[in-house]
Design a binder for this molecule. Structure first.
Ligand code: FE2
Ligand code: FE2
Length: 192
C-alpha cells in the first residue's frame, strides 16, 4: 500500500477540521478502494485521492451547496437533495482547495452517489467501496467485500440494486441516471 502523501494529509486534515464525523468512513472507503485498486491494477494514487475526497462536499448545508454550484457555472439538478448534491460540490472543493484536476478522479467523486452509465473502473471502485466498507456495519457487505475480489461486476450490480431499493423504501425519488445504469448492467449481463 502506498504511503500517505502531503496532499493526502492535507485532505485528511481538512476532513478532521470540517467534517470529523466523516473521517472513519472516509479512511475505511480508502482502505477498501486501495485493496480493489491493487487487485484490479487501477492507479492507486488516483483511487486514494478520489476516496479521500468523495464526501468532502458534505461540509456545506444544502443552501450553501446550491449557491456554490450556481456560482461555479457547473450543471446540476437543483431539485437534488443534500445526499446527492454533496458529490457535485465535492468536485468543486477538490479543484479549488486541493488543485485536483484529474478528470478520472473528479468523475469518481461526482458519480459516487447516483452513478452513471459508462463509469470507468476507478469510478466503480469508489462507488462500491463507499457501500461495502466495514464501518457502515451492513451485515451482507462482509460477503460482498470478498466477492468484490472475485466477481467485481456482480458486486457492482448488487450495490446499484441495493441503492435503488433503499431509495424506494424511503419513498424518495429515483434518479434517472441510476435507473439507466441498472438497466444497462442487467441488459449487458443477460446478453453475455
Ligand atoms: Fe457520499
Ligand atoms: Fe461516503
Amino acid at each position: 500500500m502506498l504511503n500517505i502523501t502531503k496532499l493526502e494529509n492535507q485532505i485528511i486534515d481538512y476532513i478532521k477540521k470540517n467534517i470529523p464525523e466523516r473521517l472513519t468512513h472516509t479512511l475505511s472507503v480508502r482502505d477498501i478502494a486501495m485493496g480493489l485498486a491493487s487487485h484490479y491494477k487501477v492507479d492507486e494514487k488516483k483511487v486514494s485521492l478520489a476516496a479521500l475526497c468523495h464526501d468532502i462536499g458534505r461540509v456545506y448545508s444544502r443552501e450553501d451547496m446550491l449557491s456554490l454550484l450556481k456560482k461555479s457555472g457547473k450543471e446540476y439538478p437543483s431539485f437534488y437533495n443534500r445526499n446527492i448534491l454533496h458529490a457535485y460540490v465535492g468536485v468543486i472543493i477538490a479543484q479549488n482547495e486541493f488543485n485536483i484536476n484529474d478528470e478520472e478522479i473528479l468523475l469518481a467523486i461526482k458519480n459516487h452517489t447516483v452513478g452513471k452509465v459508462g463509469m470507468g473502473m476507478l469510478e466503480k471502485i469508489i462507488y462500491v467501496s463507499d457501500y461495502i466498507e466495514p464501518t457502515r456495519n451492513i451485515e451482507k457487505t462482509e460477503q460482498m467485500r470478498v466477492h468484490a475480489l472475485e466477481d467485481f461486476d456482480s458486486v457492482f450490480l448488487e450495490t446499484i440494486k441495493d441503492s435503488l431499493t433503499y431509495v424506494l423504501s424511503k419513498n424518495d425519488f429515483v434518479v434517472y441516471d441510476t435507473l439507466e445504469l441498472y438497466n444497462s448492467l442487467v441488459i449487458n449481463k443477460n446478453t453475455l
